[in-house]
Design a binder for this molecule. Structure first.
Ligand code: FE2
Ligand code: FE2
Length: 212
């Protein structure tokens, strides 16, 4: 009996520690700010355009890492968890670059970021509970859509905003690698309606983040 209570207690402590880590990660992500200098090299119109695009990208990175953290939290495969945590950390780097650039442009992050984090973490958890193949299929499809989206942003953004473009190009490179890594770890193709739903959800999120 004493051993049983001890084991249950140890399990509970382990879970509360893991939950506290995830909550800290949530706080770190939604409160990250950088106080940079305003970039004077762009016209007002170019600056506003870059602000709205970089705000969308910062929200995308908040969602991406929340998705990865949710998936890593529930996967039962250590190797897959390691891959998801590493990719999630790289998404946090992307968030740092986007936030820093947003500050230089004089813009603010989206007020909806905490909701994106919570929603994406839940989605990642559900995907991981279904299984690694589906979960990694989710990563592969997400990264594919992010790559397409970044290419569109590069077309839309002023060629004069070299600093933002450099960030988007570097992100694009790493998102392609994340997609490939998911494939290498055994991702499964998602059903077409799920892919369609993902496209629709990201369309809603990117539209909202442009303005809020
Ligand atoms: Fe990213
Ligand atoms: Fe990525």
């Amino acid at each position: 009996m004493a051993i049983y209570i001890e084991r249950t207690l140890a399990k509970f402590m382990n879970l509360s520690e893991k939950l506290a880590t995830e909550f800290n990660h949530f706080l770190k992500t939604i409160t990250y700010e950088n106080n940079g200098e305003l970039d004077p090299s762009l016209s007002e119109e170019e600056r506003q355009k870059s602000i709205s695009l970089m705000r969308v990208n910062a929200s995308g990175e908040v969602s991406a890492q929340a998705l990865y953290r949710g998936q890593a939290f529930f996967t039962k495969t250590p190797d897959v968890r390691k891959h998801l945590i590493k990719a999630g950390d790289e998404e946090f780097d992307h968030l740092v670059w986007c936030s820093k650039r947003l500050d230089e442009l004089g813009g603010k992050k989206s007020v909806l970021d905490p909701f994106y984090y919570a929603g994406s973490f839940t989605l990642g958890s559900v995907a991981a509970l279904i299984g690694d193949g589906t979960s990694l299929g989710f990563v592969e499809e997400t990264e594919k859509q992010v790559v397409e989206h970044l290419k569109r942003h590069l077309q839309e953004m002023s060629p004069k905003d070299e600093k933002s473009r450099e960030i988007l190009e570097k992100m694009l490179e790493e998102e392609e690698i994340h997609g490939q890594e998911a494939k290498d770890h055994g991702s499964e193709e998602l059903p077409l309606p799920v892919k369609g739903m993902m496209t629709a959800t990201s369309k809603i999120m990117t539209t909202l983040s442009r303005y809020f």
